[in-house]
Ligand binder design. Sequence first.
Ligand code: B4P
Length: 193
Amino acid sequence: MFNLILFGPPGSGKGTQSSTIMKSYHLEHISTGDLLRDEVNKKTPLGVEAKKYMDQGLLVPDEVVIGMISSKIDEKAGARGFIFDGFPRTSAQAEALDKLLEFKNTGIHLVLSLEVPEHELVKRLVNRGITSGRSDDNEDVIAKRIKEYYAKTEQVASYYYQHGKLERVKGDNSIEDTFKILAKHIDKYLLPA
Ligand code: B4P
């Protein structure tokens, strides 16, 4: 089993790159952003609660997100491996993920951190907002999401750095060139399926 985390600030391309990586390497893609948006669209109790945070650019509480990830991993038992996209976003989530995977006799093998300058993040997210209809893709909320990233999420990179698992990757090249760089790192562990 091979487990990968795609890490980086909002708009760094985690979701974009995950969709190519999952197809090339036959990994299960778990995006907490997508899972939460699905709950919001279905207006489930979890979705109604999560929307309050997402619309303000804030992180959804850890216990909600950790519970969601745990059931998703169980659902995909037997997978070749997982790409965790947008998770973990806090130190508590990183520790919880280690425990969940240890319980399944596995762990995180590699963390690829997409590094993109802030002005480029804002440009990408504002552009997406024009077509996506996402309530968190407007300039005010984008600024809050980036602030939340530096306050709570960036420190998660140090956690994986200390465990020798972090690789920083320049994320402001084209989508195709960024994928090629990410693939070089992944190929050290797993060949495309
Ligand atoms: P996410 O859905 O994870 O959203 P994101 O960080 O904005 O997106 P990503 O980095 O995947 O960017 P993308 O590829 O789409 O989170 C949304 C919200 O959900 C959070 O604010 C939070 O409230 C909540 N949430 C999610 N996970 C949580 C957790 N674990 N704990 C608590 N709360 C959580 O790319 C963005 C745009 O850039 C796209 O339009 C794309 O086409 C473009 N792009 C990508 N790569 C490009 C490139 N190389 N060049 C040019 N454009 C590019």
